[in-house]
Design a protein around this ligand. Structure first.
Ligand code: PHE
Length: 453
């Protein structure tokens, strides 16, 4: 067996795990999903879900990882001799490829927008022009594919470096830098004239806009944002040494991820209101609306490229964690060389991203149930694979190996016995049930027949 790396410190682990959690999900998706779902009400529900279901499933993954010190497949094999549960690990590897296939496409756009904004190509306040530029860029058969390729290569480069050299060292300076950039942009946004209306919209719940659908959206967003349900956190947890207080580390990761999501809302939504734009504009919010925001604000020439650098960094540390799940499996279970399997996985991910990117342009007519390839991949991952994975992990910990995992929960801090009991109740009953409801609502062929719809 090859020697496995370990995080050199608790700080290193927390930064790397937060780097996985914080990504396009927080900075690009959270503000527009909050905008589409009425602002304040969504925010409150999201926070409640993160603190309960999110935290409990994250802890389930962390204790599996640390107790076994294995990749997701090996971890479940070690804990249970049966053939069934390790399927969660294989499903996680598959999910990693599914998410990577479109994640690198959107991440590639952020790389391109660093250069476009730095070159002044986006310096206009004309929404129609910005929309046109965005649409013609993403529908081009070559340009976005090349950017996705460049982004994939960057991801492979970091993962090849290994746990200490690659993941940890890069996260150590990337994450604090990211935090600093977000704070600067928050201040900029909040001091714009007219920003107050956006602040009110974002923090004051309007309960008339909250429906059951809002809760479902918040739950799905929490899963994606915390990197739960596919073994990323198992893998990262496997590199923590045994004497670390795993609960404290998990709490820090959840807090940082949520802080960045909320701060992303603060940096985008007040600015959107200040310029009289629509907060419910959808996925285009970042790539169409924000350049307008930058074009009209003082210092936008600097803040524009800075924002897209920030987004690309966040996306890189998340993509690295997706690829690391695949690499850890091939290295641990099949004894492959880290470099070899990472490069091959990168090549496969790049090939899969091509149809995703083309589905927004030349292949836009090739649809299934009205969805193009990229939308199908996103639907499969977010609405099916992550919830099923999270529910299975939760049930596994809660019902199959509860005693061992309760002990693991308290290793490093024996005073946590009481909290461990509350946690067990969540992983046994509350979380699987809540996830099951999300799952039902995510399936278009089931949802219309549910009594609440
Ligand atoms: N959490 C990441 C984000 O917010 C995405 C991700 C999902 C990463 C699942 C790893 C696993 O962008």
């Amino acid at each position: 067996m090859q020697a496995r790396g370990n995080w050199s410190s608790k700080f290193g682990f927390v930064m790397a795990a937060a780097g996985s959690a914080i990504g396009l999900g927080n900075i690009w998706k959270f503000p527009y999903v909050a905008g589409q779902n009425g602002g304040g009400g969504f925010l409150l529900i999201y926070l409640a879900i993160v603190a309960t279901v999110g935290f409990s499933v994250l802890m389930a993954e962390l204790v599996i990882g640390r107790s076994t010190q294995r990749n997701p497949v090996g971890a479940l094999k070690r804990l249970q001799k049966g053939k069934l549960w390790p399927l969660i690990g294989y499903a996680g590897i598959l999910t990693a490829f599914v998410i990577l296939s479109y994640y690198v496409v959107v991440a590639g756009w952020t790389l391109a927008y660093i250069f476009k904004s730095a070159a002044g190509l986006l310096a206009t306040a004309d929404d129609a022009a910005l929309g046109g530029m965005f649409t013609s860029f993403i529908s081009d058969p070559l340009e976005p594919v090349l950017w996705a390729g460049a982004f994939t290569a960057l991801t492979v480069f970091v993962v090849v470096g290994g746990v200490n050299k690659g993941l940890e060292r890069s996260s150590r300076w990337l994450m604090p830098m990211l935090l600093a950039l977000v704070v600067v942009l928050c201040v900029r946004s909040l001091t714009l004239p007219g920003a107050g209306a956006g602040w009110d919209f974002f923090v004051t719940p309007d309960w008339s806009k909250v429906t059951f659908q809002t809760v479902i959206e918040a739950l799905g967003q929490a899963f994606f944002s915390l990197s739960l349900g596919m073994g990323t956190i198992i893998t990262y947890g496997s590199y923590i040494s045994r004497d670390t207080d795993v609960v404290e580390s998990g709490f820090t990761v959840v807090t940082l991820d949520t802080l960045i999501a909320v701060m992303a809302g603060v940096m985008i939504i007040p600015a959107v209101f200040a310029f009289g734009m629509n907060p419910a504009a959808g996925p285009g919010l970042t790539f169409i609306t924000l350049p307008h925001v930058f074009a009209e604000m003082q210092g936008g020439v600097v803040f524009g490229p800075l924002f897209f650098i920030l987004l690309a960094i966040a996306a890189l540390t998340s993509a690295v964690s997706l690829l690391e799940v695949v690499t850890a499996y091939f290295v641990d279970e099949l004894g492959w060389k880290r470099r070899t399997c990472t490069i091959w996985a990168g090549v496969v991910a790049f090939l899969l991203c091509i149809p995703s990117s083309l589905s927004l342009g030349v292949w836009s007519d090739a649809t299934l149930f009205g969805k193009g390839f990229l939308d199908i991949m996103d639907f499969l991952a977010t609405n099916l694979m992550l919830p099923i994975g999270g529910m299975a992990i939760s049930l596994f910990v809660g019902w199959v190996v509860p005693k061992e995992m309760m002990e693991e929960f308290c290793t490093g801090n024996p005073k946590l016995g009481g909290l461990a009991k509350v946690w067990l109740f969540f992983v046994r009953i509350v979380s699987p049930l809540a996830i099951f409801v999300v799952l039902l609502n995510g399936l278009p062929f089931v949802a219309p027949y549910l009594p609440w719809n």
